[in-house]
Design a protein around this ligand. Sequence first.
Ligand SMILES: Cc1cc2nc3c(=O)[nH]c(=O)nc-3n(C[C@H](O)[C@H](O)[C@H](O)COP(=O)(O)OP(=O)(O)OC[C@H]3O[C@@H](n4cnc5c(N)ncnc54)[C@H](O)[C@@H]3O)c2cc1C
Length: 385
Amino acid sequence: MEYENYQSPWMNDELAMLQDAARKFFNKEFAPHVERWNEQGYVDRSAWNQAGSAGLLCAEIPAEFGGGGGDYRYDTVIMEEMHRAGVTGWGNQVHSSIVAPYIKHYGSTEQKQRWLPQMASGDMVGAIAMTEPNTGSDLQAVRTTAVRDGDEYVINGSKTYITNGQQCGMVIVVAKTDPNARAKGISLIVVETDDNPGFKRGRNLKKMGQKSADTSELFFEDCRVPVGNLLGETEGEGFFQLMNQLPQERLSIGQAAVVSMERAMDVTLDFVKERQAFGQRVLDFQNTKFTLAECKTNLRIARTFVDQCLVQHMEGKLDATTASMAKYWCTEQQCDLIDKCLQFHGGAGYMDEYEISRLYTDARVQKIYGGTNEIMKELIGRTLG
Ligand SMILES: Cc1cc2nc3c(=O)[nH]c(=O)nc-3n(C[C@H](O)[C@H](O)[C@H](O)COP(=O)(O)OP(=O)(O)OC[C@H]3O[C@@H](n4cnc5c(N)ncnc54)[C@H](O)[C@@H]3O)c2cc1C
């Protein structure tokens, strides 16, 4: 469906050109490999360099540091086209829209020069490691420590469920520089992974969906990095840096939910127009029409909501509560809508060869990562007074 008479208010001619180029790139270069990538459990490492050469990495990073010189709208366009082409497991949202912006916002000029050009070319893949085997939602309770020893930090701890964990050349580690404090004891420290004997990659975890996404355990055992790898001027700023950046991450999850719903509607409409039962198209049953009418309405509401959030974000006005609403509500809608769409496929909906099956299994994690939807409601609830 070309979303008929709706046009995102933030779109312009330049973004439309990027959209066109990204669409062609993903359909030609990535889509043919998706099935193989799903089977092997990761996207080929060379895909990052290919995307870098095509200008599809770090779109919101200034050109002086090798990036696209755009803003978050550019990353949005690229993310949307990736989903439309069915390339759901590639961790570019983490790399370009989460990790690179931390360096952009909190890195020194020297740090930006060191990491961003390599990230923009695809030579270095980025990851961020918050979650640990014993703590996810309660971020202030992380146990990984970074103890200063002369000009180095010595990092010890384990992380899990880390996107891009197998391929990352750098990882932003959420660690306690003051283990006795909660929020104020947290710092963000970059670990460069090559030739670092204290850094170890664990398993690439098998998952129900997003099968080509590399989601890994990471271990830090007396892992030494220069003190110059701290992000920010002083220790203890990490939690506040995270809180400032999480709205963009949460918005991006809400936006991904919307584009997945659009894709689900497209494939479902194709199916129900084709499929016959009791001498008529499945679409012609009133139940199908009414349910899909509800889906289409909810989808339009979700689309206009995330578009409005994006406009607010561009104006620097997207607050954490609204971003939490976008993440929570759109991902709930995504799971609900895709479930209904799958039902209209009958048995075919359960078969891997139908795209709706993959959309269904890919969707489930959206309610979990980036802060669970319960945590989103907790955050929204705090504003009730
Ligand atoms: C595919 C995938 C990719 C991921 N990528 C990354 C990554 O790149 N980097 C990273 O750091 N992490 C990543 N994560 C981790 C993810 O962010 C966490 O799984 C998530 O934040 C939840 O943490 P947890 O798994 O420890 O669950 P827990 O925090 O143990 O929660 C368990 C349950 O308790 C509920 N709960 C917890 N606290 C409350 C509360 N106060 N009120 C009500 N209910 C509560 C939760 O909502 C949940 O239902 C990823 C996870 C997945 C599955």
